[in-house]
Ligand binder design. Structure first.
Ligand code: BG6
Ligand code: MG
Length: 223
């Protein structure tokens, strides 16, 4: 039996490569608005809600006060329509390598599994990937008062499956997400480059999800 009670996963960039599709859709919108957008700036949007991401893009372009709330809602909607269109062919083959085995083996050893994604598209994506049944709970981002980098969504994920957040693991690819995991008192696993993830404070870093195994978590987990 593992010493941890639950593993709370981020979705975009951890379970599947949707982080890249978010980037493409935001870049298109930013370009249409005449705002420069690159991979470095996109890092700041990872883990951040749709409306907050739009706001950051408009602020970067110095045009945040040129749009009404209604116009901003329309822009966010345009991005989402484009983003969802990019997902149309999504299938179980789009799950990152090793993730389905990890989920299955965690379940087999009695570990509870939750999803803590800022994305309102998360349930649809889990369905398209065919892995909804492997999660004990999927947090609706609207359930919690504060989005990432706040710890709320991770605390909710652990507690919803009957686990103590301080006896749980959070898996994230975003700097804002690692912050939330740490502030929830969880053991933080970062998926990404060692430079970025260690700087963010991750306790354990994997560059590739192939390396993210139950054996590794059981060996490295510390309360
Ligand atoms: C997060 C992504 O998981 O969800 C962000 O890292 C995204 O890039 C956010 O903006 C909200 O997603 P959605 O699907 O509700 O627009
Ligand atoms: Mg992510």
């Amino acid at each position: 039996m593992a010493q941890y009670q639950s593993v709370v996963f981020d979705l975009d960039g951890v379970i599947t490569d949707t982080a890249h599709y978010h980037f493409l859709a935001w870049r298109n919108l930013a370009n249409k608005l005449g705002i420069a957008f690159d991979e470095a700036f996109n890092e700041e949007l990872k883990g951040i809600s749709r409306m907050e991401s739009l706001e950051k893009i408009l602020v970067k372009g110095g045009v945040a006060d040129q749009y009404t709330a209604e116009e901003k809602a329309v822009l966010a909607d345009q991005k989402n329509v484009e983003y969802v269109a990019l997902l149309v062919d999504m299938s179980p083959s789009d799950i990152f390598p090793g993730i389905e085995t990890l989920l299955t083996e965690l379940r087999a050893q009695g570990t509870k599994i939750a999803l803590a994604s800022a994305s309102k598209n998360a349930p649809m994506i889990l369905d398209a990937l065919g892995i909804t049944a492997l999660f004990d709970y999927v947090v609706d981002p609207d359930e919690v008062p504060n989005g990432k980098p706040a710890p709320d969504i991770f605390v909710r994920g652990a507690e919803a499956v009957g686990a103590d957040p301080k006896m749980s693991i959070g898996v994230e690819d975003a700097v804002a997400g690692i912050r939330g995991v740490l502030d929830a008192g969880m053991f933080a696993v970062g998926v990404g480059t060692p430079e970025q993830m260690e700087q963010a404070g991750a306790h354990l870093v994997v560059e590739d999800t192939t390396d993210l195994t139950v054996a590794l978590l059981n060996a490295k987990y510390q309360k």
